[in-house]
Design a protein around this ligand. Structure first.
Ligand code: NAI
Length: 727
């Protein structure tokens, strides 16, 4: 057989080992160019009487099968999508048929990613053996994250294998599971060390051919099996139509609470599972094809895919135009062991695997920083991402605290996370320059102070930049690297490479007040106060923006960030950009009333023992406003707030703060929770049309003032019909 993307070896036991090895690619993916090979393999497996069973594995070092090649989706229209899926479904049906119709067991041997179409392929096999490598091996149907659904039988075979509730959980959330969990779910039959994988799969295939009679279960074991509460529940619910109705209704309710109706894929996936159970698997597969074909061209799926591609591109982006190379980082100094310093040290320890020296002002500060890291490590151990012994070793070897600058003498980079105060930042910078090597980089995690101001008067301004993290650092995916016109390219390249090692998606922006993310938050936060003045209630504002797709409403956000912090940043932005960033004068009353938000338990909301409660109604009187529910429509609230953010983002591109619209989209989605299904501020303008965006802004400017004047670039684009992104 002459195969390009597969190998097939038949041994004397009659077991054929088929290894997938897509030529010229790092990963195995589904693509039309593989179909001839796959058909040839299936012909042989079906027709060769010497083949009694099959082991299906991968020749890639850390990838079983990553599913469909997402790049190819762009070319699909509804008709071609249905035809493509039909082909894949037919091929997977032939795989299933090897066992069901020809009596040849097919055992998938899985090491590395087994995702999307890759998992659906494994589901068509008669058994699945997984490697025990929790770091690289994972299973999931992540299609909904791209606005799609499993289209190659996943909505049919997965619930039949692991039960409806467990399958819906995976399909509707898109989350992945590691081998141990997959085994518990019944998704895989056994978990073995990676180097024994093919052998174990082979043995499994042989055993399936000649099944030894199972000893009958003892009465006690049977009782145990039947009486497990989860088992009982699933039996009761899943085996009868009425119970299934309850189950689907529960799943739908949970899904709607999460998606607020903004994401078309999860309800479509749910419907396919339901049809499969009510009308049979053929109808379920047809529903899959139709739903996928409809979803693939929705704006939501396009937007979600664009974010995926941008993230991939940014992984390859060095952060500079030149070929400056990143230098090796092995030891990091972190100034300040507070919320941010602790979080940065945590990702240094768990993700980047480097040593960190935390410098604090006193022993209590050191303890706070180290305590933060310990908490993150404990969570990792609890979630089984890390062994207890490894966590202990990491703490011993990689984390150190000091009150003394001399301990920083050997570090490669210092990341500063002391209080947000220019003079303090300048003074710690001078201290750092005094004790560190001549090639040590100084990065500030300031959230609003221009890096140029911090660097003014520095000895080595070329080695200073901003590394702006988001809270909580161990969870938030974005890092905004800020460069001044003096920052040297190797410094930028080193910071970007290091951010990636910390597990971050990194965008590079030019230095200016508020950089990108803080700046676009400015007019958005100020608009909240204007809306309150116009009679909108706190609940209406937060609800409207959550409906629009933000994970938290802007009023809640203000309490979380700190009203005092917001006020300080607002002043800086107003000083730099003028009136459009200004909050209404009444805002000062909140500060005078000592409302700082969650941290002092006094804000727009009430807090009890750190828990957020209802709106604190007294806040209206403090602001001197009167809540008049229903005065400002939900749509108007959404337009005013979202367009403030979007318009400012466009100005950031215009001013050269952003290198590209792509970076602006990623920064807003990953740093601020801009709705992913809208693709980010720039994709969103493309979708609305620059013309419509300008018209709405002009109307708002007429009604509410010049703070809504459209950015000149938008006006230009509206006139010449251009968009930020092509296609
Ligand atoms: P924090 O108040 O939790 O921590 C600051 C720490 O710096 C304190 O533990 C303090 O003892 C320490 N410190 C003060 N002077 C020091 C000195 N001379 N040497 C060593 N340590 C010193 O503050 P947080 O929230 O961690 O913020 C730190 C920086 O990160 C600020 O510039 C802030 O604007 C920025 N930032 C904060 C974000 C947030 O969400 N909290 C997000 C992004 C940036």
């Amino acid at each position: 057989m002459d195969l390009t993307h597969f190998t097939l070896d038949l041994d004397e036991d009659g077991i054929a080992t088929v290894l997938m090895d897509r030529a010229g690619e790092e990963m195995n993916t589904l693509a039309p160019e593989l179909s001839d090979d796959l058909a040839a393999v299936l012909d042989r497996l079906e027709q060769d009487p010497a083949i009694r069973g099959v082991v299906l594995g991968s020749a890639k070092p850390a990838n079983f099968h990553a599913g469909a090649d997402i790049r190819a989706f762009a070319d699909l229209d509804e008709t071609s999508a249905v035809a493509t899926l039909q082909d894949v479904q037919d091929a997977f049906d032939r795989i299933e048929g090897l066992t069901k119709r020809a009596g040849k067991p097919v055992v998938a041997a899985i090491h590395g990613a087994c995702l999307g179409g890759g998992l659906e392929l494994a589901l068509a096999c008669s058994a699945r053996i997984s490697s025990d490598d929790e770091a690289v091996t994972q299973f999931g149907q992540p299609e909904v994250k791209l606005g799609l659904l499993p289209g190659a039988g996943g909505t049919q075979r997965l619930p039949r294998l692991i039960g409806i509730a467990a399958a819906l959980d995976l399909i509707l959330s898109g989350r992945t599971v590691r081998p141990r969990r997959a085994h518990k779910l019944g998704l895989v039959d056994a978990v073995v060390p990676a180097d024994q994988l093919l052998g174990a799969a082979h043995a499994h295939a042989l055993a399936a051919l000649d099944p030894a009679p199972k000893p009958p279960l003892s009465l006690a074991d049977r009782a145990k099996q039947i009486l497990q509460p989860a088992e009982l529940q699933s039996l009761a619910l899943e085996r009868n139509p009425l119970g299934r109705k309850v189950l689907f209704a529960q799943a739908e309710k949970k899904m709607l609470a999460q998606t607020r109706g903004n994401y078309p894929a999860p309800p479509a996936a749910l419907e396919c599972v339901r049809i499969g159970f009510e009308e049979g698997i053929e109808a379920g597969l047809a529903a899959e094809r139709a739903a996928f074909a409809r979803l693939v061209n929705t704006p939501e799926s396009r937007a979600l895919r664009s974010i995926f591609f941008a993230t991939q591109e940014l992984k390859r982006d060095t952060g500079t135009e030149s070929d400056a190379e990143a230098r090796e980082i092995s030891t990091v100094g972190v100034l300040g062991g507070g919320l941010m310093g602790g979080g940065i040290t945590a990702v240094n320890t768990t993700r980047a695997g480097v040593r960190t020296v935390i410098k604090e002002v006193d022993a209590a500060g050191v303890a706070r920083g180290i305590g933060y890291v310990q908490k993150v490590l404990d969570t990792q151990v609890k979630r089984r991402r890390m062994q207890k012994a490894d966590a202990w070793l990491a703490m011993q070897r990689r984390v150190e605290g000091t009150e003394n600058y001399d301990a920083l003498s050997g570090v490669d980079i210092v990341i500063e996370a002391v209080f947000e105060d220019l003079n303090l930042k300048r003074s710690v910078l001078a201290d750092v320059e005094r004790v560190t090597r001549s090639d040590t980089i100084f990065a500030s995690n300031t959230s609003s102070i221009p890096i140029g101001d911090i660097a003014a008067g520095a000895e080595r301004p070329g080695q200073i930049l901003g590394m702006h993290y988001f809270s909580p650092v161990e969870k938030m995916p974005l890092l905004e690297v800020i460069v001044t016109d003096q920052t040297e390219d190797w410094v930028t390249a080193t910071a970007v490479a290091f951010g990636k090692r910390q597990g971050k998606t990194v965008i590079v922006v030019n230095d200016a007040p508020g950089f990108y993310t803080t700046r676009i938050l400015g007019p958005y936060s100020a608009e909240v106060l204007y809306l309150l003045e116009d009679g909108a209630t706190v609940e209406e504002i937060d609800g409207a923006l959550k409906d629009w797709g933000f994970p938290v409403g802007p009023v809640t956000l203000s309490d979380e960030v700190g009203i005092d912090v917001g006020a300080k940043i607002g002043k800086i932005l107003e000083g730099a950009f003028g009136e459009r960033m200004a909050a209404p004068p009444a805002f000062a009353a909140l500060i005078d009333d000592d409302r700082k938000g969650r941290k002092n338990g006094r804000g727009f909301y009430q807090y009890e023992d750190g828990k957020k409660g209802d709106v604190d109604e007294s806040v209206y009187a403090v602001l001197g406003v009167e809540p008049r529910p229903g005065t400002v429509s939900r749509r108007e609230i959404q337009d005013r707030l979202s367009l403030q953010m979007v318009n400012e983002a466009v100005r950031c591109l215009e001013d050269g703060v952003l290198r590209s619209a792509r970076d602006g989209d990623i920064g807003a989605v990953m740093g601020l929770g801009f709705p992913p299904f809208r693709g980010g501020p720039f994709r969103w303008v493309d979708q609305l049309g620059p013309g419509t965006t300008v018209e709405t802004l002009q109307r708002l400017a007429k009604e509410h003032g010049s703070r809504f004047d459209p950015a000149p670039l938008l006006v230009e684009m509206a006139a010449d019909g251009s968009t930020f992104h092509t296609a």
